[in-house]
Design a protein around this ligand. Sequence first.
Ligand code: PGA
Length: 249
Amino acid sequence: MARPILVAGNWKMYMTVAEGRRFVTELEKAGPPPASVRVVLFAPYTALHALQGLSGFVQLGAQNLHPEPQGAFTGEISAPMLAELVPWVLVGHSERREIFGESDELVCRKLHAALAHGLQPVLCVGETLPEREGGRTTTKLRTQLDAGLAGMEASAVSRLVIAYEPIWAIGTGRNATPGQAQEAHHFIKEQLRGRYGLAVPVLYGGSVKPDNCAALLAQPDVDGLLVGGASLKADSFSAIISHSVTASR
Ligand code: PGA
């Protein structure tokens, strides 16, 4: 049976509407992957509406949301607003946590809001370099899962996707080794299995490129990829999708 793989691109603050349209049109040329490989693009808010319907296989997601459904929060976007447009949303990306000061408690509120409005959240977790070198990777992951999933029933957790993104690997060109990724993914899955009795898909993110993705996907607990830099060029993202198709067989 084909193994399901999720390949997601995180465009961050890149891609105007025109650039995004060109990218998706280019990606379409390669044709749709088999159903076992799902492709999601986390595009800037400004491009979400414009990219709708351009592709028969690319699903769209937002990169962030506000936890309240509406209110006087100038410049923010809420879950019900997104739910009209896209099925997916990233929650707790390390850039949100590190640059914009998002706490685990805020991440948890955002997750609850996303689920309450029918969005499919991808919760990002991961350790810093000092935490890894100090042997505190699993403690950090456990803390982020504990706090991020506070108050959540198993039925809600079963709708999540987790992305393991070691902060030292994001945008640095230094990816986790397949062994390091496998170890962290296994730990995350064990935590969720132990607490909720379920298997949640775990994506790897951090300097994923066409030349390292196959080895990462060869790990039994790597269920997909969250790709930053290499998702900004249609040829490199297409190459990663092709490797994912091979890995899903
Ligand atoms: P990167 O980013 O692939 O450029 O390291 C990954 C991410 O931030 O999701």
